[in-house]
Design a protein around this ligand. Structure first.
Ligand code: PLP
Length: 383
């Protein structure tokens, strides 16, 4: 038996890029790590206290596999209050982060050869998850010239009779774009007309800096599966808690799969989520304002450096920096920056080959002093 092959079999191209960079980064002292979208902030202590009080009061067991009734009802109430959306409790499932919800949904939906449209540059797990579920990813590019918005004609041209779904992510990782309401509506209309699903990854819904966020389910309620999470807006990545909202027959199928995998999301984390959503109005703006300020600071610094450029960031926690004036593509650029400044970013190539390679993604997950230090070093570089 070739044991080395077991890992290789599952390794996707984005992981190869990231593993090479991670190996390099290990050799760098005093690393300024701006690579992973893991907020540096610690979860608000009111959330921690609420969850641990609940744990002491007995929340140490499995909940129902779709989440406790209280968790599900809290999500329903949140959408009603925040967005005027009337979800039914039968549609909601607590998940171990948004990625888990996406995994369940793709496993539920896809038959062999089903196509899933993904806009590029994309959050790399999407492609891998479509492949794990036996489907075929179909990429449509988005370009900086269009503000990384989806071109609806390009989308139309990618739809075939095998299209089962499209994955939408706005506010977007890695580009920082926020799709317009018109774009959401146009995608929704196409999904209804051609009978496919929209898998709407809304984990950055709170990080919509200048516009009101309108969930995709507003436009195509019967075709949309919504994924969201406590990871980013409440700085709770390690709690591994999120949720999906789907038509009930999809949620029923997800239940069957999930009961063989995680059974339920962690009960303490569900309790933390309940507290967080009840107090979202006061808790989220604190986190979002911190990231907005950091990204505005980065915008100023980056646009002042002749060999870099950046579109104004409309949402998310990332800056997708154009490096084409350096004459380098993204992997050698990241390696050079790492060696000369100890700053780590992610090569845009990891987010797709077509449109990513002239960019690097920076996660604004360090305080402004650290970002200042990083760009004081980077601006002295020569190419
Ligand atoms: N979706 C997007 C677009 C992300 O950027 C991330 C994390 O970086 C996730 C999902 C993961 O969310 P969770 O921690 O809830 O699984």
């Amino acid at each position: 038996m070739d044991r080395s092959n077991i890992a290789k079999k599952h390794q996707q191209p984005a992981e190869n890029i990231l593993m090479d960079i991670a190996t390099l980064a290990k050799q760098v002292p005093d690393l300024l790590d701006l690579s992973i979208g893991d907020p540096d902030l610690i979860t608000d202590e009111r959330i921690i206290d609420a969850a641990f009080t609940d744990v002491k009061n007995g929340h140490t067991k499995y909940t129902a596999s779709g989440g406790s009734q209280e968790f599900i009802d809290t999500v329903v109430t949140f959408y009603q209050k925040q967005y005027g959306l009337a979800f039914d409790a039968s549609q909601v499932r607590a998940t171990v982060g948004a990625l888990h919800g996406m995994y369940l949904t793709l496993q539920v939906l896809l038959d062999p050869e089903d196509e899933v449209i993904i806009h590029e540059p994309y959050f790399s797990p999407y492609k891998d998850q479509v492949i794990f579920a036996g489907g075929k990813p179909v990429f449509i590019p988005t370009y900086e010239e269009d503000g990384f918005q989806i071109n609806i004609d390009v989308l139309k041209a990618a739809i075939t009779d095998k299209t089962k779904a499209i994955i939408i992510n706005s506010p977007n990782n890695p580009t920082g774009a926020v799709f317009s309401h018109e774009t959401f509506k146009a995608i929704a209309d196409l999904a209804i007309e051609h009978d496919f699903y929209i898998l709407s990854d809304e984990v950055y819904e709170a990080f919509c800096f200048y516009d009101d966020f309108v969930p995709m389910a507003t436009f195509a309620p019967d075709n949309t599966i919504t994924f969201s999470s406590f990871s980013k807006a409440f700085a709770m990545t390690g709690w591994r808690i999120g949720y999906m909202v789907a038509p009930d027959y999809i949620n029923d199928a997800a239940k069957l799969i999930n009961e063989s995998i995680t059974y339920s999301a962690p009960s303490p984390s569900q309790q933390a989520g309940i507290y967080a959503l009840h107090h979202a109005e006061t808790l989220t703006p604190t986190v979002v304002t911190i990231f907005k300020e950091r990204l505005e600071y980065l915008e100023k610094r980056i646009t002042a450096i002749p060999f870099l450029s950046l579109l104004p960031v409309k949402g998310s926690i990332y800056a997708f920096i154009n490096i084409s004036k350096t004459g380098l593509t993204s992997v050698p650029f990241v390696e050079k920056v790492l060696k000369e400044t100890n700053v780590l970013m992610i090569p845009g190539k990891a987010f797709g080959e077509t449109t990513g390679d002239n960019y690097v993604r920076l996660a604004a997950t360090q305080d402004i002093n650290t970002l200042k230090e990083a760009f004081d070093r980077i601006e002295k570089m020569t190419f």
